[in-house]
Design a protein around this ligand. Structure first.
Ligand code: 2AM
Ligand code: CA
Ligand code: CA
Ligand code: CA
Length: 267
């Protein structure tokens, strides 16, 4: 295994143990609200610390961009780790066993390593660029569906950007009339991994941050998937607006998005 991937996996497991021991135990941790509906708990911070400590112990000169603690380590390094200590904090607080640790490594801006660990399912999704994607050490691939017929599509409401809700719901209405059904699971990193291993046929969500999608994005692309923004362009890295699937499902989802008539607010 890629030596840096190995250490990222170790960091993800350490944080995952903390998640598994505390999930839903609201009397054992503190919950604060960052901004409306965006929760952070003392366990998010503990998870982030164990990840950052593990990475910086091995890679003293690397930089860190983490959801809760922001920029740490060396901000000028070619190597930057992007960390979401608990993706799906709302699920974690509520005791809904669907959340993950997400760790990605960018080298000169390009994602080289991705790790997404679901401690409740004990599922470790990993990828190193050019070497394929794996679930608990077994190679994974996107599904083979060639249209939205029968397709299960992951999505989420744009709770970060409530002003987009109306436009999103119109798109959602077109989506649900064109596929078999949708799932709204609440952890973006796992949504991407579920497409990567064929559990979902596609996934779309608006307004993600780098720590939500960076690891899952690499895992999905290494599994044969494609990720674009709602226009079919690679600009999702900046906008955080993500549409994904195997190449055929992606094309069908972009048709549902209807680029020509896509409301400006969703671009
Ligand atoms: P988080 O738990 O790390 O904040 C759910 O659709 C996804 O969006 C999760 O990955 C979650 O990540 C994030 N999320 C959900 N609600 C959010 C909110 N109000 N503000 C910011 N991020 C949110
Ligand atoms: Ca959050
Ligand atoms: Ca997140
Ligand atoms: Ca988080």
């Amino acid at each position: 295994m890629h030596p840096m991937l190995n250490i990222a996996v170790r960091a993800a497991r350490a944080a995952g143990n903390l998640i598994a021991r505390n999930i839903g135990q609201q009397d054992t941790f503190e919950v604060a609200t960052k901004n409306k509906d965006d929760l952070v708990t003392s366990i998010d911070k503990q998870c982030e610390k164990v990840i950052v400590d593990t990475l910086l112990k091995s890679f003293r000169d690397h930089g860190i961009i983490a959801e809760e603690g922001g920029v740490q380590g060396n901000p000028d390094s070619e190597y930057q780790w992007i960390i979401d200590p608990i993706d799906g904090t709302t699920n974690f607080v509520q005791g809904i066993p669907h959340c993950a640790v997400s760790i990605a490594l960018r080298h000169n801006g390009k994602t080289e390593i991705g790790v997404v660990f679901d401690p409740m399912a004990n599922e470790m999704f990993t990828a190193a660029r050019g070497s394929g994607a794996f679930l608990n050490g077994r190679r994974i691939r996107v599904g083979s569906r060639d249209s939205l017929d029968g397709a299960i599509i992951g999505t989420a409401f744009p709770t970060r950007y409530r002003d987009r809700m109306h436009a999103y719901l119109e798109l959602f209405s077109r989506l649900i009339s064109n596929c078999a059904d949708v799932r709204r699971m609440g952890a973006a990193s796992l949504d991407l991994c579920y497409v990567a291993c064929g559990r979902f046929d596609g996934y779309l969500e608006q307004g993600l941050k780098a720590w939500d999608f960076s690891a899952g994005d690499l895992i999905l692309r290494e599994a044969g998937g494609i990720v674009t923004d709602f226009m079919g362009e690679p600009n999702y890295v900046k906008s955080g607006n993500v549409v994904s699937g195997n190449p055929k499902v992606l094309r069908a989802l972009l048709q549902v998005c209807d680029v020509q008539n896509l409301p400006a607010i969703l671009k």
